[in-house]
Each structure stands twice: as structure tokens, then as C-alpha cells.
Design a protein around this ligand. Structure first.
Ligand code: SAM
Length: 289
């Protein structure tokens, strides 16, 4: 069964009386070569387990199951569970769980797979919730090897941007704290049913085994990044003083200059390493240590 064939997808949806649910970001892939490329490149160790988010009718899931030791797929839409039983029934190494990834106990679900070996994530993510899902995967602290995601092209550019570039945003600096992102390839909107309004891209994130930046206080580190990008047209002293009420604007300016930056720098010029140094200095000033 070719689960990327448009006629087959429509037949399966009709057979189970289902419609594509916009509220769940259901845009299914219709190009088997894209599905194969994602599966081939999401991980470099066939003995790995893969967490898939949003299997849909199971096209990517089947391809992953053929390449890797096991696949755990979390699908929010209860209506798709009987479909997945039908399409993936022959794959003994696939476990489908009817859960919302934002609420699921990912750590508990994956514990037996981490005991067996490496675990990576691979997903064609629903657009409506891309960043929250990515942040959940990064913040849950699980030692994933890779996180490979298909996302809107514009978001992919932001994840992979260099500091100082026009595409750089808070997510760029945060992502670099957890790993290194690489854009693998673009996928045109007409490769999906229904076709989304924008093109997509596949991004692979290799997570740092040992984080290169170790801020004194993670909360202050993330607060600094958020503040710097919240008002990106403002200079950094102005942007930070809007958020760090504990310090005067003069104190903040002095701290920025003491970290080697000019007083009129904008936050987007800073790298993740710069944010770590700056947030340490802010933290010390706030705590008077
Ligand atoms: N993997 C399939 C493919 O590539 O054709 C479907 C991808 S589709 C873009 C996104 C999938 O994620 C849908 O099956 C949708 O129901 C599911 N989904 C949406 N929100 C979810 C959530 N919070 N947790 C788990 N699955 C979700």
C-alpha cells in the first residue's frame, strides 16, 4: 500500500469516514521520495528508536519502521487510531499512542527505549504548534540524539540563522543552547494534501551531549534572550531595562559594555555564548554576588 498516493489517502480517509482536520494541522505528505529522504537522514544508527509526533495515516511511520529498531508514534486525533492499526498492522516494531505530545509523559513513554539504546525524534510537525512542540522536546531534558522536523520554511530559516542575520530570533539563540540545527532540504507546498499555504523545509538538530554554554541561572539566561528579542528595534539597554526592573538602565548599560559590547548594540547581534556571558553578569548584579 503506497500511503503517499493521493488516491489511496483519499480512499483510506473515506473508508474511515474522516476529513482532514485543520485544527490538528493535518497536511499529509504525498511524495514518497520526501518521506524516504526524511527517514534516511533523521538518524545515522539503525539500532536507534524513533519518536514520531503526528503519524497521520502512517506514511512516515512505515518508512521509519523499515529503517530503525522501533518507532513510537504519538497521535492526538483519536479518529486516526483505527486507520493506523489498519495501515501499520504488519509492523511489529511500531507502537501508536493516542496522546497529545504537549500533555504526554514523554519521559515515561520513552524510558524503555532509552534503556535499549539511542533515541531520536522524527516528525512532520503540525504548523499550528511547531515552536511549542520543539521547545517541549528540548526542555524535557531527554538525551535525544537528533530531532528532525519538517516545518514551515520560514521557521526553518530562523532555526538555522547565524547570529546577527535578519532571520535570527529568540528561538535561534535558544536552539543553539541545546544543539546545532541544519537545514536538510525544502519541500514545496504541493507535496501535501491538503496543500498548506507555504512551503516547508526539513531541519535536523543534533543535540549537544554536553552543552557548551553553562549559564549560572537558566531562567535568567532565557529571560535575557526573550527580553533582547521582544523589542528587537530597541537597543539592548532599552530592551533589557523594559524587563529587568531590578536594575537601572545605567546599571544594565554598564553590564552590557563590561561584556565587550557597545551601548547601542541590538540583541540580534549577540550569539548564544554572548547571551550566556551577559546573563551571568545580569544575574550576579541582581543577586549582588
Ligand atoms: N506524519 C504524517 C505525514 O507526514 O503525512 C502527518 C503529518 S501532519 C502535518 C501532523 C500530524 O500531527 C497529524 O496527524 C495531526 O493529527 C498530528 N497532531 C497534531 N497536533 C498534535 C499533538 N499535539 N500531539 C500529537 N499529534 C498531533
Amino acid at each position: 500500500m503506497n500511503l503517499c498516493d493521493i488516491k489511496t489517502i483519499k480512499q483510506i480517509m473515506a473508508m474511515f469516514s474522516l476529513n482532514f482536520r485543520k485544527e490538528f494541522g493535518q497536511n499529509f505528505l504525498t511524495d514518497i521520495s520526501v518521506v524516504e529522504d526524511i527517514s534516511d537522514n533523521c538518524c545515522d544508527d539503525a539500532s536507534s528508536s524513533i519518536l514520531e509526533i503526528g503519524p497521520g495515516i502512517g506514511s512516515l511511520t512505515a518508512c521509519l519502521a523499515e529503517r530503525y529498531d522501533s518507532v513510537v508514534a504519538l497521535e492526538i486525533d483519536r479518529g486516526l487510531i483505527p486507520v493506523l492499526k489498519y495501515t501499520l498492522g504488519d509492523y511489529r516494531n511500531v507502537t501508536v499512542i493516542n496522546e497529545d505530545v504537549m500533555k504526554a509523559d514523554i519521559e515515561g513513554i520513552l524510558a524503555p527505549y532509552f534503556e535499549k539504546g539511542k533515541v531520536s525524534v522524527c516528525a512532520n510537525l503540525p504548523y499550528y504548534i511547531t515552536t511549542p512542540i520543539l521547545m517541549r522536546l528540548l526542555e524535557c531534558g531527554l538525551p535525544f540524539e537528533y530531532i528532525t522536523i519538517m516545518i514551515q520554511s520560514e521557521v526553518a530559516d530562523r532555526l538555522c540563522a547565524a547570529p546577527g542575520g535578519k532571520n535570527c530570533g529568540a528561538i535561534t539563540a535558544v536552539l543553539n543552547y541545546y544543539g546545532t540545527a541544519e537545514k536538510l532540504f525544502e519541500v514545496k507546498a504541493d507535496r501535501f494534501i491538503p496543500a498548506p499555504k507555504v512551503d516547508s523545509a526539513v531541519v535536523r538538530i543534533k543535540l549537544h551531549k554536553d552543552k557548551p554554554y553553562k549559564p549560572l541561572d537558566e531562567a535568567t539566561f532565557f529571560r535575557t534572550i526573550r527580553a533582547a528579542f521582544e523589542q528587537r528595534r530597541k537597543t539592548l539597554p532599552n530592551a533589557l531595562s523594559a524587563v529587568f526592573g531590578e536594575l537601572s538602565k545605567d546599571e544594565i548599560t554598564d553590564i552590557i559594555v563590561s561584556c565587550g559590547h557597545s551601548a547601542d548594540i541590538r540583541g540580534e547581534r549577540l550569539s548564544t555564548a554572548d547571551f550566556a556571558t551577559l546573563s551571568d553578569a545580569l544575574y550576579r548584579a541582581i543577586k549582588k554576588i
